[in-house]
Design a protein around this ligand. Structure first.
Ligand code: PGA
Length: 251
């Protein structure tokens, strides 16, 4: 199955508008010769329209790091899918472990957010992953199965045509610890097999599964060689364009 790799940068709560635009412009310049790999960066909400504007007509696509599931209304501090789309973004990250950990996101809110993303014509990047304790207690497969089944509950595969899944073991995020290729391979195969039980085989073969958690220029090629790894969701190493481009050009 030929799945186009996607290398995505999650800038989290870093960079002012000016800094974000400068990094995006540098990345656009460095990625001019990139073929057959999609590139996405997710700046903060405030920087998103500026960055989307700065990368128009280049190889770079943009995404938001979160959205709220209502379209508009009295929800102080929230941003809707429609607003993200209007800002020029194509993607939205949903259910990142930091959202689950610090902002009480649940599989249920993740499910609603995926629906809202689809309605706004945004590509959802569904993040799943087990914590260190869950892995130590041998509950990783159970947790991932639940996150997938509850997060994707009630959808028809047609609605999720562009869905992207990001497997990010929580213990590997920002810690410098990367899951070994064997661990990643095992989990990615498992994720694809769960997707096959929810939707049809052709959908499960086509869905792109990214790995995230301390991806760096020196470990990306080993990860990208794995059959079921279709890209990377990169935090820390995406903040600097000259570093991130080495991940984008993983071959
Ligand atoms: P990291 O973050 O690359 O800094 O580990 C990954 C992520 O949170 O998406």
């Amino acid at each position: 199955m030929n799945r186009t790799p996607l290398i995505a940068g999650n800038w989290k709560m870093f960079k002012t508008g000016d800094e974000a635009v400068a990094t995006a412009e540098r990345l656009a310049e460095l990625s001019r010769d990139v073929e057959n790999t999609e590139i996405m960066i997710a700046p903060t909400f405030l920087s998103l329209p500026l960055v989307a504007d700065a990368v128009k007509g280049t190889k770079i696509k943009t995404g938001a790091q979160n959205l709220f599931y209502e379209n508009q209304g009295a929800y102080t501090g929230e941003v809707s899918g429609e607003m993200i789309k209007a800002a020029g973004a194509q993607y939205v990250i949903i259910g990142h472990s930091e959202r689950r950990q610090y902002f009480m996101e649940t599989d249920d809110s993740v499910n609603k957010k995926i629906k809202a993303a689809i309605e706004a014509d945004l590509i959802p990047v569904l993040c799943i992953g087990e914590t260190k304790t869950q892995r130590d207690e041998e509950k990783a497969f159970f947790i991932l199965d639940k996150q997938l089944k509850d997060g994707l509950k009630g959808f028809h595969s047609d609605e999720l045509k562009n869905l992207i899944i990001a497997y990010e073991p929580v213990w590997a995020i920002g810690t410098g610890l990367t899951a070994t290729p064997d661990q990643v391979n095992e989990i990615h195969q498992f994720i694809r097999s769960v997707i096959r039980t929810i939707f049809e085989a052709s959908f499960s073969d086509a869905v792109r599964i990214l790995y995230g958690g301390s991806v760096k220029p020196d470990n990306v090629s080993g990860l990208m060689k794995l059959k079921d790894v279709d890209g990377a969701l990169v935090g820390g190493a995406s903040l600097d364009a000259d570093t991130f481009i080495k991940i984008v050009k993983f071959n």
